[in-house]
Ligand binder design. Structure first.
Ligand code: GLA
Length: 724
């Protein structure tokens, strides 16, 4: 069993793959986080918690008397607010007396096989009854009667621990949760760099790395979605750790709403990482008997640098998060109409796209925004999900039949969480959008956000979507989300529930998205949010792929894809070849092939030469599908470290095959370019497919190859395929 409890020491030991985490129930029921790092066989952690340095500014616990114990000094595993630990607390509950002093102590625990999930929220799952074990630690605040359960799941073969918290009001008076972390992680050092992914529209998920210093460093969203600006991912890399070496902790929240990840370095040089729903804009009312569960947090430990961390996240998400038919089945290669036509299309134009796409071997046509109601630009019609027969005479059936007759599948675009003020739905139900009384609603992209917290609103949107999806043969849905929440209120939520709207909105979205994938398990769902504005593991639970960015320029995409790959697998990264100006078709294809791969252009504008390149890319899509989608990623040269080129490599899980891709961002003016490959089996003999030359894995990894004869011009690229 990867989770053990040693009663005489009151120690829990969680052995997750190559990592160990040790918790201890100390005197008076304080729960301490003693160790989290590489796997250790020992349980001899006596003395770890003794920190006899309490001063008059760190209150002493009277009961423990002479031992100078202070909650402010020991590594409290899940610290309450206002009861002696002045560092960032994990939980604060305002009780019926009006104060928020919070203090949870250990009561009991359970260890079981398998894995629970927080109610109504996406979460990782066990694949068999035995590949996960779960520890649930029950705690209580005796003064207020609140009960807390900390849930830890250990994945046996991966250095991953997932965590969430469950809080029940077991008192006879109401209470309000002011904050509640999904995970609080105690590390007894501060020599870490804080790494995270910041971005903006068109430039999502850039890597930032800065040393931790005393104080707090956080990333967050208050937007009601995970956002373009910060991703709910952070890592702490031991100072000096790099892509291939050293200790790295990865943190990812399985949540698509406002979040916060804070690293708090205290006065005694230890670090606490809290992650969860952002307390800004959150207050949850609990009547007696009611329970609240947090989203799930994932923590990963890697002793093989950032690359090792990424491969662990990728394996976890491929095997334990992404669901449905297309988690493992090959996805149809698509062409999307957005950059080809924007709102300006009709049946004939779309069919002409499909005809030309078919010549190249493309397998699905996706009709993007603009097919419904009076949607001829972005100023109207969201919420009115009926077909615009001016554009599509005879309706969707005629179009789909013609596309299907060519042998292509068909996909469609929706933005279910939005409503245009200029829509029949808004005119009929002006209170169905997110709003607060007596305050004008901010408008963004000419639209308001629909009130997903309301079951009646969700029902209406579902009925409209279902009317289309049940009638026509639709193989793919792109679910978009093009603005953030402001004036966040619901006509149905008043005090004391008013501030629950942000989280209830997310729960409503999950419910509707869940209904879609449960009712239509054969539909391939792709999430999107103005490009990659909601690229998070919550969304990945519903859709195996997410559009990574509206920026389809092959060179700018490099940074976006490198950043995204820190946490998310290639199979999840929506990536298309477009008509963007820079680089030729080969390079556009080589870059998009890192992701889900597809096209977003008018195929009738392709020259015969480019069409031939597209045909070759389509063949490569099939040839390398398994290697890229399910293989291990090695980032060889990233866009932040090297101004000349980017390079990455996929290695199959059985290490029999590898694909190296290099893109030059600038002309490389040098006679030597030695590249050492990674992740190969040193004993295997690999053949470089293009030359027939044979090399041992040891040679390729240690001596490497001089690639200076390969294309070196700006915007040029190439691939090397090794097989053994
Ligand atoms: C967003 C998406 C695009 C496209 C448009 C349609 O910006 O990111 O891919 O679907 O909406 O309006």
């Amino acid at each position: 069993m990867p989770i053990t409890f040693i009663p005489e020491k009151k120690i829990f030991k969680l052995d997750a793959g190559s990592s160990s985490c040790v918790l201890r129930v100390w005197d008076e029921g304080y729960l301490l986080g003693l160790y989290y790092a590489a796997s250790v066989p020992d349980t001899n952690f006596e003395g770890y918690e003794l920190r006899e340095w309490a001063s008059s500014f760190s209150p002493r616990n009277e009961i423990l008397g002479e031992r100078y114990f202070s909650p402010d000094i020991v590594p409290l595993e899940y610290s309450g607010f206002g009861t002696g630990d002045f560092r960032k607390s994990a939980v604060a509950v305002r009780n019926a007396d009006g104060n928020d002093a919070t203090d949870f102590r250990y009561v009991t625990h359970r260890i079981s096989e398998g894995k629970p999930a927080p109610a109504g929220m996406p979460a990782t799952f066990a694949r068999s009854g035995e590949d996960c074990s779960t520890l649930e630690i029950d705690m209580e605040d005796k003064t207020t009667g609140m009960k807390l359960t900390l849930v830890y799941t250990v994945f046996e073969d991966l250095p991953v621990i997932t965590r969430f918290a469950r809080l029940t009001n077991a008192s006879d008076r109401p209470a309000d949760i002011e904050k509640i972390a999904s995970a609080s992680v105690q590390l007894n050092a501060m020599d870490f760099d804080f790494i995270h992914l910041y971005g903006r529209w068109g430039a999502e998920r850039n890597l930032v790395r800065a040393p931790l210093a005393h104080g707090h460093q956080s990333i967050s969203s208050t937007r009601g979605s995970s956002s373009h600006y910060h991703n709910p991912f952070a890592a702490l890399a031991r100072r000096g750790a790099d892509e291939d070496h050293g200790e790295v902790y990865g943190f990812n929240l399985i949540y698509s709403g406002s979040f916060d990840i804070t690293a708090d370095v205290d006065y005694y040089e230890t670090t606490r990482v809290n992650m969860g729903i952002n307390p800004d804009g959150f207050l949850w009312h609990l009547d007696p008997g009611e329970t609240f569960e947090t989203p799930e947090a994932v923590t990963v430990y890697s002793s093989e640098g950032l690359g090792g961390m990424s491969r662990i996240f990728h394996r976890l998400y491929l095997n334990h998060l992404i669901r449905g038919r297309y988690a493992r089945e090959k996805r149809p290669l698509l062409i999307n109409s957005w950059e080809a036509a924007y709102f300006d299309f009709d049946t004939d134009k779309l069919v002409s796209f499909a005809e030309r796409a078919k010549e190249a071997g493309i397998e699905m046509l996706v009709m993007d925004d603009g097919w419904f109601s009076r949607r001829n630009d972005d100023k109207s019609s969201l919420g009115d999900w009926w077909v615009n027969e001016d554009k599509l005479p005879g309706g969707l059936g005629v179009l789909i039949d013609r596309v299907n007759a060519l042998g292509l599948k068909f996909g469609i675009w929706y933005e279910p969480e939005m409503i245009s003020p200029d829509s029949d739905l808004y005119r009929a139900h002006p209170d169905w959008c997110i709003h607060v009384p007596n305050r004008a609603n901010s408008i963004a992209r000419h639209q308001y956000v629909i009130d997903m917290s309301r079951a009646d609103v969700r029902e209406n949107i579902w009925e409209q979507m279902n009317a289309v999806l049940s009638k026509y043969k639709i193989d793919y849905v792109k679910w978009d989300f093009n603005r953030n929440l402001t004036e966040a209120g619901s006509a149905l939520l008043s005090a004391p529930h008013g501030e629950e709207i942000f989280h209830r909105f997310v729960l409503g979205t999950y419910e509707l998205m869940g209904r879609l994938v449960d009712t239509y398990p054969d539909i391939l769902l792709e999430n999107c949010s103005g490009g990659g504005g909601r690229f998070d593991p919550g969304m990945l639970y519903f859709s195996p792929q997410i559009w990574a960015s509206d920026n389809t320029d092959a060179v700018e995409r490099l940074a976006i894809q490198f950043g995204t790959s820190l946490c998310y697998p290639a199979s999840s990264m929506g990536a298309h070849v477009s008509m963007s100006r820079r680089t030729g078709f080969e390079t556009k294809g080589n870059v998009a092939m890192w992701g889900t791969f597809g096209y977003e252009l008018d195929p009738n504008r392709l020259s015969e030469k480019d069409l031939e390149i597209v045909k070759k890319q389509v063949a490569e899509y099939h040839e390398y599908y398994d290697l890229i989608h399910y293989g291990d990623l090695y980032r060889i040269t990233d866009p932040w470290d090297n101004a000349y080129r980017c390079a990455w490599e996929f290695v199959s899980e059985d290490r029999r095959e590898a694909l190296y891709t290099q893109v030059n961002m600038r002309y490389y003016h040098c006679p030597t370019l030695f590249v050492r490959f990674r992740g190969l089996d040193p004993r295997k003999i690999y053949t470089l497919e293009s030359t027939g030359e044979k090399y041992s894995g040891a040679f390729l990894m240690n001596a490497g190859l001089n690639l200076s004869d390969y294309p070196r011009g700006t915007g040029e690229s190439f691939k090397l395929h090794f097989v053994s």
